[in-house]
Each structure stands twice: as C-alpha cells, then as structure tokens.
Ligand binder design. Structure first.
Ligand code: DAK
Length: 256
C-alpha cells in the first residue's frame, strides 16, 4: 500500500491509517482505492469483526485531492471512480468506526460520516469548505450532515464554511464520543474490539437495520427490521446467546 497503513489486530479489529501527511491526507484516487480494497478484504475476513479508520494526531483528512481534480471536465467527474468507491463504502457490511483527530474537511468529513460511528479527539474539527472552491459537497455531505446535525447547522457549514469543534460536533450529534488526543485512538480501538467480540451475524443485521432508517419509510424500515430479527432465529448464535443467558454463562459466538 502506498497511501495507507493497514494492521489486523488480535482483537479482531482491522485498522486503516490514512498516510499522506505531506498533503494533509488529501484523498486522492489512489488512496481511496486502497481504502476500499482493504475494507472489502476486511469485510470478507472472518478474523475481522470491526474496522477503525484513522488519520494521525494532527489531521484525519483535508478532503479530496484538489490538485488531482482542479482541471477535471464535467464528464471526467461524472465518470470518476470516486462515485463507485463511495457506493462500495456504503455497502460494507461490518461496522466501521472513524477515529478523528485534527481536521476532517470536505471529503474527509464525508468519509468520517460514511462510517458507522465517529470517535473524536478533542482537537478534531469538522467542516465542508467546498463552497470556497466553487463547488458543493459531492460524497454525501449535504445529506448525512443534515441528517446528523439538522438543517440550521448544516446550512451554515455548507453555505458559509462553519467548522465544528469536537465538542460542538458531540453536542449536535455528529460524533459519538470525544476523548483527549492521547487516548482517542486507543478508545476507538477498545470500542471496536468490544463490537468485534459480539455475535457477527447479529452485528451485520443490526448495522443494516439502523442504516435502513435513513433510506426507507418508517413502515418499510420496520418491515426490514422484522425480517432481520426473524432471520437471526436461524443462527446458532441466537440459540447460544439465549442458552448462555438462561444458564448464567458467557456466550461463545460462532458467527453461524
Ligand atoms: N488537496 C490537495 N492538497 C492539499 C489539500 C487538499 N484537499 N489540503 C491540503 N493540501 C496540501 C497543501 O496544498 C499543502 O501542500 P504543499 O503546498 O506543501 O505542496 C499541504 O497539504 C499542507 O497544507 P497547508 O500548507 O494548506 O496547511 P495549513 O496547515 O496551512 O492548512 C488546511 C491546512 C487543511 C486548513 C488547508 O490545507 C486547507 O484548507 N485544505 C483544503 C481543504 C478543503 O478545501 N477541502 C475540501 C476539498 S474538496 C467526489 C466526491 C467528493 C469530493 C470530490 C469528488 N466525487 C463523487 C467525484 C470531495 C471534494 C472535496 O473534498
């Protein structure tokens, strides 16, 4: 890998570190290709139950690579592989946690929001500064941000480049938790390890059902949730989980 560092921890956590520090981790197509290929491999790997994506202590990612796209034509942007990459990201079935320190701007903020949870360091800042470049967010920024923080704050961020501090992002519901810069990554890895130790198929169904709340009507979402719930009664993990509860012992998940 040229632009990311990849580790597989013995806690069943896959760790991806964005690693273009000289360019503030700008998300060029090579980096994004490496991210999605690694995520796809983790998604198929039974030894990975949860993934953490992080940058470094100073920057998560300063957005798409402006130098790479500055001269692009409308057709080139329409044909950009980035579109497919963000669609594939949406289809990853295992939980993904973004551990964000420093700036998460533009496509960087969108990448964090495309994850299932965001753990922030106290120096994290979130923004959609695309308006300064004569464009608008193009990878879900106007949609996921608005659903997370509401119209008032989203409009300020998208129209007028307001950045949120970690504390504001927490208050507005964009991030799950805020920790000091010293421990934000270890805390994200701890939470990821807890999730990775849970019943894998139930975790997959749970992620699917919560995400459906953003895409379906309430009636459709309830129907999808019910199906996912029912399917789990075909797994040995459901039998094991309930049996373990009744017999007052720890469950041993098989992912079956
Ligand atoms: N792209 C390319 N290079 C970048 C960059 C970026 N987004 N951000 C920073 N860099 C580079 C700088 O050019 C500089 O490189 P050198 O000049 O040293 O060669 C180096 O990183 C250090 O940056 P600065 O010197 O500017 O560092 P400062 O600490 O002064 O400022 C900053 C840090 C993050 C505040 C500043 O660099 C900045 O404002 N960066 C740009 C932030 C931004 O505008 N982000 C939005 C980008 S647009 C798509 C979907 C989505 C998108 C695109 C397509 N499709 C579906 C097709 C997303 C678009 C975006 O994200």
């Amino acid at each position: 890998m040229e632009y990311i560092l990849v580790e597989k921890l013995d806690t069943k956590v896959g760790l991806i570190r964005l690693n273009r520090p000289q360019a503030m981790n700008a998300l060029n197509s090579g980096l994004m290709r490496e991210v999605i290929e690694t995520l796809t491999a983790f998604d198929q790997d039974p030894d990975v139950g949860c993934v953490v994506i992080t940058g470094n202590e100073k920057v998560f990612a300063a957005g798409a690579d402006i130098k790479e796209m500055a001269e692009a034509s409308v057709v080139e942007i329409m044909n950009s592989e980035m579109i497919g990459i963000y669609d594939r990201l949406r289809n990853i079935q295992k939980p993904i946690i973004a551990a964000v320190a420093g700036v998460a701007l533009g496509g960087g903020c969108e990448l964090a929001m495309a994850c299932d949870m965001i753990i922030a360091a106290d120096n994290a800042r979130f923004g959609q500064p695309e308006i300064n470049l004569g464009i608008i967010p193009g990878a879900g920024g106007t949609q996921r941000l608005t659903r997370a923080v509401g119209k008032a704050i989203a409009m300020e961020m998208v129209l007028n480049n307001r950045w949120l501090s970690a504390e504001e992002a927490y208050q507005f519901g964009l991030v799950n938790r805020v920790y000091s810069t010293e421990v934000y990554l270890s805390e994200a890895l701890r939470i990821a390890a807890e999730i990775a130790a849970r019943a894998p198929i139930a975790i997959r169904m749970a992620k699917d059902a919560v995400n459906a709340a953003f895409e379906l009507s309430l009636a459709e979402g309830i129907r999808l949730e019910r199906r996912n719930f029912q399917v789990l009664f075909g797994t040995s993990d459901q039998k094991e989980g309930m049996n373990a509860f009744i017999n007052k012992r720890e469950a041993k998940w098989q992912g079956q």
